[in-house]
Structures are given as C-alpha cells and as structure tokens.
Design a protein around this ligand. Structure first.
Ligand SMILES: C[S@@+](CC[C@H](N)C(=O)[O-])C[C@H]1O[C@@H](n2cnc3c(N)ncnc32)[C@H](O)[C@@H]1O
Length: 311
C-alpha cells in the first residue's frame, strides 16, 4: 500500500521555521516526510534535517521520499520525547528549528490492520510504535470500568463515557473484545439510537481516547515542550500543529509558561523568583488552514499551528 498522507498547513509551518540554508532542523513526527521534504528543499549543502518517527512504516516511506536529499537527512526511529538523547547521539547540542505535526497519519488510519480505524474490522491494535508490547486490546480488556470511564471522558470528551465504559466491561465478561468491529458494536449499544443516527460516528471519540491513552500522546507532548525549547538556538523556532483541543491547550499553556515563567505573587512589585523568559509566542491566535485547504483535505479542518521563538 502507498503511503498516502496530505501534509497539513505545509507552507505555513515551513515558512514559520524560518529556514536558514545552513541550519539544523528537527521534524519530531516525520510521517511520510511531507513537511520534511519542503524543509530539505530550502536547505543548502551544509544544512541538516533530523527526522524522528516511532512508526516503522513512516520511517520507510520518509526514507524513500527524502532520498533525493540523503546527504542532508538523518532519520531516526524513536519517540520525539527522546529528542535530546537522539541529538546527543548525533553530537548535536542545539538546533535552529523543531516541528511537530501531531496525531496519526492518514496512512496509519487507512491501513486497517493497524487497528486505528472504526470503519474497518481488524485486530484492536492502535500502536504507533509496533515494538511496544501493549495494544488497544489490552486497554479494552484489562482496564477497570472506572479507568475506561476516565479516559473516554477526558481524552474522548464523550458525554456517554460512563455508559460506554459500563457496556465494555459487561461485554468482555462473556468474551474478550478482540477487534475494532466488535468494539464498535459494543459502543453502539451504549449510545441512544437518536444520537447514533445524528452527528459523527458513534465510536469516533472512544477510539480517539484509547489511542491517546495507549500512545501516551498528551503526556509525551506535555513532557517535551520545555525540553524542545531548551534545544533551540537563539531565534530558533518551535512549530506545533495540533488536531484537537486537548493537545492545543497543552501547547498554548506550555508556550505561555515559557514566555512568562515568573511564579511571584501578582502583588509583588518586582520579580524575586528569578525565572526568566525563554522566548516569545509568535502566534497570539493559532494559524488555521485556509478555506481552500479545509475544502481539499477534511483532516485539516481541526488543525491549529502555534509558533514559539527562543530568545
Ligand atoms: C500527522 S503524521 C505526520 C505527517 C508528516 N508531517 C507529513 O507531512 O508527511 C504524524 C506522525 O507522527 C508520528 N508520531 C506521533 N507521535 C509520535 C511520537 N511521540 N514520537 C514519534 N513519532 C510520533 C506518527 O507515527 C505519524 O507518523
């Protein structure tokens, strides 16, 4: 199967990275290498791109896509939460720009056997990194009802979370839930018919929640923002594209905290905590895709780009 994925906010992101032809850049979510190839195109002979992805298929696809730029690209299979370690091993201390384009690629969603999609029946997997032992099947069949409720409520923001968790636990008492199709059927029984036939797919939010929990998506993002900013040279930029409000909130707050880290009580006339700003937010409001892009690529509709510049 071809690796198909249309890059979201492509020019907006790469323009905001402010590429210097001899600079060093990191794409922490390389995917099919769409953004990365635009970065490489703007790099000169001495420029460098480090591309990181935890997914084996993405690494292979990006390797092919970026082969014309092989002299300036290093591809590493890892989690972007290990970015400092990855760079250290390459003997790189600081970089001029870092980008993240979060979530799953269309290729991952469309490859049924990866188990991300509620539209096709396949083993419940959802691992972005196929080397990990734990899969969505383990979450669905071993988490307590309370834990399932918590993740479907917090990561899926589904108002039927309580009922869905209850139905999952009931269903698995007679037989393990093994496939995406079986899980979809259980979720359908937990949602009132009038809701099921209106709006989006009834399983969409629960699938999102399980995927986020399994791949620790929000924890990884939250743990990484300060460290990525620390890796930037002065004037270096961090560009992050998010796809839902939970991710966007983490980025917005993480950037704010780095712009103004002072923890002194507001009534103090001068700062005594000594925490100094590490840069500035360049996007008071996030950059959104144009109407034309949203029209052409449905996946881009919820995308938001935020940019931070290091002092
Ligand atoms: C939306 S796609 C990126 C598409 C890419 N920008 C392009 O234009 O082709 C997201 C990619 O990030 C990867 N990914 C998500 N979270 C990751 C993490 N914590 N560490 C490494 N890769 C991650 C996924 O495996 C997926 O391939």
């Amino acid at each position: 199967m071809e690796f198909e994925h249309t890059s979201v906010l492509l020019l907006e992101t790469v323009d905001n990275l402010n590429i210097r032809p001899d600079g060093i850049y990191v794409d922490g979510t390389l995917g099919g290498g769409g953004h990365a190839s635009e970065v490489c195109r703007r790099l000169g002979e001495r420029g460098r791109l480090i591309g990181i992805d935890q997914d084996e298929d993405a690494i292979r696809a990006a390797g092919e896509r970026l082969s014309p730029y092989a002299n300036r690209v290093t591809i590493v299979r890892s989690n972007y939460e290990n970015m400092d370690q990855v760079l250290k091993e390459l003997d790189i201390q600081k970089v001029d720009g870092i980008m993240l384009d979060l979530g799953v690629s269309s290729y991952q969603l469309d490859t049924a056997q990866r188990g991300f999609s509620y539209k096709e029946d396949a083993p419940l997997d959802m691992r972005m990194d196929q080397r990990n032992a734990v899969t969505a099947r383990d979450i669905v069949n071993t988490y307590s009802e309370m834990e399932l409720y918590r993740i479907i409520r917090d990561y899926g923001e589904d108002k039927f979370a309580k009922n869905i968790a209850k139905h999952i636990v009931q269903a698995r008492q007679s037989k393990e839930i093994e496939t995406t199709g079986e899980l979809v059927e259980v979720i359908k029984t937990a949602i009132p018919a009038r809701v099921r036939f209106a709006g989006g797919h009834p399983a969409k939010k629960t699938f999102q929640a399980i995927r986020i929990e399994l791949n620790r998506e929000l924890t990884v993002l939250d743990n990484s923002i300060d460290r990525m900013i620390e890796l930037l040279n002065p004037k270096g930029r961090l560009c992050i594209i998010t796809f839902h409000s939970l991710e966007d909130r983490i980025v917005k707050n993480g950037f704010r905290k780095n712009e103004n880290p002072c923890t002194c009580p507001p009534e103090f006339p001068v700062c005594v905590c000594g925490k100094v700003s590490r840069g500035k937010i360049l996007t008071r409001k996030p950059i959104l895709p144009s109407g034309q892009e949203m029209e052409a690529n449905k996946r881009s509709k919820s995308a938001k780009l935020r940019v931070f510049e290091r002092v």
